[in-house]
Design a protein around this ligand. Sequence first.
Ligand SMILES: [Zn+2]
Length: 71
Amino acid sequence: MSNKELRCPICKKPVALDTPDVPFCSDRCRVLDLGAWASGDYKIGSPVLDPDVLEELDDAQWKAEQRNREN
Ligand SMILES: [Zn+2]
């Protein structure tokens, strides 16, 4: 079964795959995550560039752009 449970990286709550802010549970957590990156809370120990992660980031960015255009 491909019923993978997704959890919000910020508050660890389960996230439905049709949530507009996937992988975050809400816009609030999405913004918190961006804020954490911006303030350097995430310490990257090694420059590992996982293609899957990059793809996810690209996808998230694209979705954010689409959302901005709609608003
Ligand atoms: Zn959350």
